[in-house]
Design a protein around this ligand. Structure first.
Ligand code: C5P
Length: 210
């Protein structure tokens, strides 16, 4: 059976950084599943289609090629907002979850990060991590990233967006963001991302099957 590391958590908690570090360390391929929702949203925006037509959105989702997910293009704020709307539609999730499971189950193992990996996509994952952090600190990290890129940012707006995104992701009926019952909680506001990486390694290394 493939050795799957499932990482979930809200936006800007540090799960992407943690997933990339674990992927490098264990030599496992990594899929940022948020990019699949972002790519679907971008395809709709580019085609001038509405974001709330489930049939069209599901068709776009079914055509997403996991080999062509470009983070630099998909990381734009408006695409993230549109992605969290598109992600509330069950038919979109069915199409993307199927592709994500194929990725997870091909080869010796994989690291996947998102919102529903431990609960829906890979409920039998070997290790489940739920990475969280205080919302204000997550907004601060986002703000600092944007400023570091030399762009303008408004902290209050970013903080507001973090809260809206959390409410949408945690409140939706289909696959809401929540820790799986058997997930290990890592709070990066208390421990920082490097310490979270060390804690995750200790959890993974304690298993004999990786
Ligand atoms: O993580 P990221 O910000 O790239 O995700 C964008 C949006 O995609 C999230 O706000 C969430 O609504 C959705 N998403 C999801 N399930 C996942 C990954 C992302 O619903 N597994």
């Amino acid at each position: 059976m493939a050795f799957i590391i499932a990482i979930d958590g809200p936006a800007a908690a540090g799960k992407g950084t943690l997933a990339r570090k674990l992927s490098d360390h264990y030599g496992l391929p990594h899929l940022d599943t948020g990019l699949t929702y972002r790519a679907t949203a971008k395809a709709l925006l580019d085609a001038g289609k509405p974001l709330d037509d489930e049939a069209i959105a599901a068709e776009m989702a079914g055509a997403i090629d996991l080999g062509w997910l470009d983070r630099s293009v998909l990381s734009a704020h408006e695409i993230g907002e549109a992605a969290s709307k598109v992600a509330a539609m069950p038919a979109v999730r069915v199409a993307l979850v199927a592709a994500q499971r194929r990725f997870a189950e091909t080869g010796k193992g994989a690291v996947l990060d998102g919102r529903d990996i431990g609960t829906v996509v890979c409920p039998d994952a070997a290790v489940k991590l739920y990475v969280t952090a205080d919302p204000e600190l997550r907004a601060r990290r986002r703000f600092d990233e944007i400023i570091a890129r030399g762009e303008a940012a408004d902290f209050d707006r970013i903080f507001e967006d973090v809260k809206i995104r959390d409410a949408r992701d945690m409140g939706r009926a289909d696959s809401p963001l929540r820790p799986a019952d058997d997930a290990h909680l890592l709070d990066t506001s208390k421990m920082g991302i490097e310490a979270a990486f060390q804690a995750a390694r200790a959890i993974i290394d304690a298993r004999s099957d990786h």
